[in-house]
Design a protein around this ligand. Sequence first.
Ligand code: SAH
Ligand code: SF4
Ligand code: F3S
Length: 465
Amino acid sequence: MISTLTPQIPKAIADGQSPGRYWITTFGCQMNKADSERMAGILENMGYQKAITELEADLILYNTCTIRDNAEQKVYSYLGRQAKRKHSTPNLKLIIAGCLAQQEGEALLRRVPELDLVMGPQHANLLETLLAKVDNGQQVVAINENHIHEDLTTARRESNICAWVNIIYGCNERCSYCVVPSVRGKEQSRTPDAIKKEIQKLASLKYKEITLLGQNIDAYGRDLPGITQEGRHRNTLTDLLNYVHDVEGIERIRFATSHPRYFTERLIETCANLPKICEHFHIPFQSGNNDILKAMGRGYTIERYKKIIQNIRKLIPNASISSDVIVAFPGETKEQFQHTLSTVKEIGFDLVNTAAYSPRPNTPAASWPNQIPEEEKIERLQELNCLVESTAKKQNLRYKDSVQEILVEAPNPKDIKQLMGRTRTNRLTFFQADGPNGCLYRPGDLVKVQITDIRSFSLSGIPLK
Ligand code: SAH
Ligand code: SF4
Ligand code: F3S
């Protein structure tokens, strides 16, 4: 069943025909991006070719997000344009995949009758079968709860250097604001062997960095069998990191997203001991106030969160920490919001993704009466964003004059004489492509760079020999 690894000759290429050109727009998070890459792989395996522009595509797939209302509205405006186009180009296939598709299902067909296929995230690997039904003239909705089978094709990845590797799908938490569990379904962990094989395959293709993905990555393995003699679960994230660490050729390993409730000391020790695990942790705290955290159903206190960060910094002093925060959650007072600001100051984050609370369908908090007015949301968000930027800049001062190892990802699109890549701590860094003694660096190289310039969210430097 597991044959992400089996190369296949695209059918259409074998019989000399191409079904056309495809275009995918991805609206969501890393998981959504990873799904897009798998669906692109399926389409290419069927013989579709990537379109240069959306307008020339014969198949358009929107892989959607519904985490906040603005993400949802954006999809509708894109869809509206293509639906119109379909009237003059009837052969155009219009597909909506991902989280909004799962949330709305059949209702999307009523709203946009031009759609050919509505498919939830658990159906990404089944795109070819679903398209066969479309080719038979059906309008298809695939949103039933589904066991995610291992992919049968090779993903068409955006990068040749860094790759996403799903390890767990879905989420069993019930944060009161969050739509993810209802659109991504129950947790489903891939087996350690399937994951390792995918990583080995990536290494053989010269990938250098992998990011293990899960909405709540610390939940990895809860649904897999395996208790040790000491009564400990054998298939935890920590065990997996140990299991996949030594794949030759892979230089860096990252993972996201971590939930503070499950972030164990054992995990921190493992990260400190395994050299390929990068010193960057993305651990959303959402609010600095315990009453709000409780109303969110997060299951930890801000003191516990701070303790985790302290423990990380004790064992991994240079670790960078990033987070997600929601402002103006229902009932959040100005004082409670101040607790979020003071947490950002106190911890000194390298990056914080911020958002104003957005009521989502089928989530408890959406129907609470104590919603915060829009103007207040915007004000709080702006105040927090200013603080996040200045904190990030302050954090970046520690890089000044230091030498960082950069994994080169690509040329800088704004200046092709430069390359861009990331520090192990995930800071975007730019430097000249030509190094000392006439050497020319390329994507995939690990380069020692002396940092000379510091901005809030990126660095620049000079490559050393
Ligand atoms: N699984 C991750 C986050 C997934 S969603 C976790 O547990 O932290 C990514 C981020 O979107 C969340 O961390 C949260 O900050 C934000 N988010 C989720 N639902 C939201 C909502 N209803 N309104 C505003 N932001 C939201
Ligand atoms: Fe959403 Fe909470 Fe699950 Fe994260 S842990 S995806 S915020 S329900
Ligand atoms: Fe959006 Fe779905 Fe990701 S709602 S944030 S694309 S899990």
